[in-house]
Design a protein around this ligand. Sequence first.
Ligand code: SF4
Ligand code: SF4
Length: 250
Amino acid sequence: MNQNRVDEYRRNFMTALGGVAAVAAVAPSFVLQTAHAAGEVAAKPADQAVTDAKRWGMLIDVTKLTDGGAAMVAACKKEHGWGDEAHSDATQKAHWARVVKVTDKLTQNSFSLPVMCQHCENPPCVDVCPTGASMKRADGIVQVNKHTCIGCRYCMMACPYKARSFVHEHLVDQKAHSPRGIGTVESCNMCVHRVDNGQLPACVEAAPDAVTFGDLNDPNSTLSQTLKAIGGKQIRADLGLNTGVRYHGI
Ligand code: SF4
Ligand code: SF4
């Protein structure tokens, strides 16, 4: 069974069907439909505030990414409509997520991994923002409020992961759920519009065998259980930011 199902999905679904054996016999397409109907990522009612009961995160198993994460980046781009800025040069284009190649200096062993906002528990990008536009939700999702961002780019300098980019030009044909504006900063928002709607982030759906999304606060979530089983590291854990994105195989 695919492990890339969020949070209580697995337990809810197992309960609904009466056990593991029943789950194993069900076709994958039916699993997904039922998972959503059961509220694997419970859709958040619009009139309810986000709480810190959950902390969303993901585990990326680099050893199972056959393309280094290119499909994840492509899915993000498609979902949010970034990367085709017509009048920006290569260094100015948006990069909500990007594939980074890492080479061990001693062994020359190389691998690639997708890097996006790591959704730090202690995010320096939030600390330095003078307007509060760079903010962390109670459930751990870090994002930028485009309406109050003044484009000072302090957050871009503060982010050790180079996860943020700046919109240099007027944009057209934007996605309704991802408004983008010239003169503002942007980054991965963990597909908050999808998560609040009970769906997986687009990049997670694009790499279902390699990425597990879920609740880091719940020791019984599939994410926590997978972390426990195979382990996961933070990039630059020494910085003490306690990232919500973890990697296996780095
Ligand atoms: S990765 Fe960068 S942009 Fe994301 S929360 Fe951490 S400091 Fe902020
Ligand atoms: S969670 Fe959403 S916004 Fe973040 S990298 Fe994945 S697709 Fe992009």
